[in-house]
Ligand binder design. Structure first.
Ligand code: ADP
Length: 487
């Protein structure tokens, strides 16, 4: 117990509340899931996937190459032509429902494995990632036999083989976002998870196997960037769906240009969270925290640029600092943890590089004092005030728990500042005035705009960006439209 001016101050510590891991089963080594079978990689190579919270090896995963991708695409083509595209849509729906139900049954296992492999908090993977992933399968299963109602007065056809490449920030959810609408529309799939987070996609492959889905309808090929490139460049793939960095997205767009392949890209972001002086401040502070610090800022739509109306800036910043001091950083498997581990050593280095640049640019940094575990990759929540619009930290995507704070006086000024970015994925507006919300939603160049909330997702609601944040939408009917040909 410490004392402050003779008043006893109790320093509370949470008792750890660790989610158990005894119920999960991880193999020592995972092969590729091609044509309904587990296949050894033709190179014979495997790579390790580690737990970023303590750097322990979780498993070894096959490193797929061009040959393996070719096998997977051939299997997907055969399954498309002979089985999936000719099966009655109501039968397709049953398989997709079955996958959703099996995922639900194994939700706890999926959540724990996601947390172990990605470093995200168990609270997040248990309450957000896994339920949303299941819900995407349920939602799209419902559309499978109602495509003519989804697109009235149009003849709806499937596209063929979809190549899908996903990142590490929402590994299972991204797989669900991509696989569920593709299957509902009658396409077959070759999916590549990110190299640092392949395990839940492989667990999903086990679930798909258990569901009895016909062989070759979904193929999971693990590997690195060159494995992804092999999918992009394969001549028998009809559609590429990519979520990841803007740089790789641009490369993919070039590679696909002129090939006739359909393309959707969900890329980076530098989203603005805007607080007006009439906003419910405490609620807004929670929204800011939820927007950038939970999930370690590993969200493409993270509210990484905060704009506060000048007359409430001091109040908001003081409350924000206060709240940062109560956040609990540490073991992601602990149910108390607010901020888990950064996904990889490389990503931690990138974040630290930006923090250094921020300081060099003259911005003022604030980090609460918190103890950082000795092993693993962690970054304390970080605020930057005194930020100029031209600063690198206000312009480039950091993908970590780093928030820049700028002030504004008028609505026009904040619209201009918020739109002054190459990205346009999301934004948040906090105000009591409905008319102001509508004014901003029409003028902010962002695919998703939340009002008096942040980071809310639903399978029925489309998600996607403007400008360098990509094109195409995932979720809802818009998400389905990316996987059909309308004749
Ligand atoms: P991040 O910075 O979020 O890791 P990346 O764009 O590097 O984003 O990775 C997202 C996904 O794209 C991963 O699955 C990765 O392996 C894959 N990838 C990386 N480079 C390429 C490439 N040149 N072509 C296709 N896929 C790639």
């Amino acid at each position: 117990m410490a004392t402050k001016k003779n008043i006893p101050v109790v320093e509370w510590e949470y008792a750890p509340s660790l989610e158990g891991t005894s119920h999960i089963q991880l193999k020592k080594q995972y092969d590729l899931f091609i044509d309904g079978k587990w296949v050894k990689p033709s190179s014979g190579k495997y790579f390790q996937t580690i737990n970023p919270a303590n750097e322990e090896v979780l498993s070894e995963v096959a490193y797929g190459n061009e040959k393996d991708v070719d096998l997977a695409v051939k299997a997907a083509r055969k399954a498309y032509t002979e089985v999936w595209s000719v099966m009655p849509a109501a039968e397709r729906a049953k398989y997709i429902y079955r996958i959703a139900r099996l995922m639900q049954e194994r939700a706890r296992e999926l959540a724990v494995i996601e947390t172990l492999d990605a470093g995200k908090t168990i609270r997040e993977s248990r309450d957000i990632d896994v339920p949303l992933a299941c819900n995407h399968f349920f939602y799209y299963a419902g559309w499978a036999d109602k495509l003519e109602y989804a697109f009235p007065n149009r003849k709806v056809e499937s596209i063929g083989v979809a190549g899908q490449i996903i990142p590490w920030n929402f590994p299972l959810l991204m797989a669900a976002w991509k696989i569920a609408p593709a299957l509902a529309a009658g396409n077959t799939v070759v999916l590549k998870p990110a190299e640092t987070t392949p395990l839940t996609a492989l667990k999903l492959a086990e679930i798909i196997e258990a569901s009895g889905l016909p062989a070759g309808v979904v193929n999971i090929v693990t590997g690195f960037g060159d494995t992804g490139a092999a999918i992009v460049n394969h001549t028998d793939v009809d559609k590429i769906a990519f979520t990841g960095s803007t740089n790789v997205g641009k490369m993919i767009q070039k590679a696909v240009a002129g090939t006739g392949k359909k393309l959707t890209l969900e890329l980076g972001g530098k989203s603005a969270n805007i607080i007006f002086d009439d906003a419910p401040i405490d609620q807004a502070v929670e929204g800011i925290i939820n927007g950038i610090f939970f999930n370690q800022g590993h969200v493409c739509c993270a509210g990484s640029r905060l704009f506060v109306q000048e007359n409430v800036a001091d109040k908001v910043i003081a409350k924000l600092k206060d709240r940062l001091n109560s956040l609990y950083l540490g073991n992601p498997l602990d149910k108390n943890t607010d901020i888990g581990a950064i996904n990889s050593k490389e990503q931690l280095e990138t974040i630290n590089k930006y923090i250094k640049i921020g300081k060099q640019e003259g911005a003022e940094m604030y980090q609460p004092s918190c103890s950082i575990p000795k092993k693993g990759f962690y970054c304390p929540p970080t605020l930057f005030t005194n930020v100029a619009q031209s600063n690198v930290i206000a312009q480039e995507e950091i993908f970590g728990p780093v928030l820049t704070i700028q002030t504004f006086r008028t609505v026009d000024e904040v619209i201009q500042k918020a739109n002054n970015t190459p990205f346009g994925l999301a934004a948040g507006v906090w105000t009591d005035k409905g008319s102001r919300i509508f004014n901003l939603t029409t003028k902010l160049r962002a695919g998703v705009i939340w009002a008096n909330t942040y980071n809310k997702f639903d399978p029925t609601s489309p998600f996607g960006g403007y400008k360098e944040s990509g094109f195409g939408r995932e979720g809802g009917l818009h998400g389905l439209s990316s996987y059909v040909k309308l004749v």
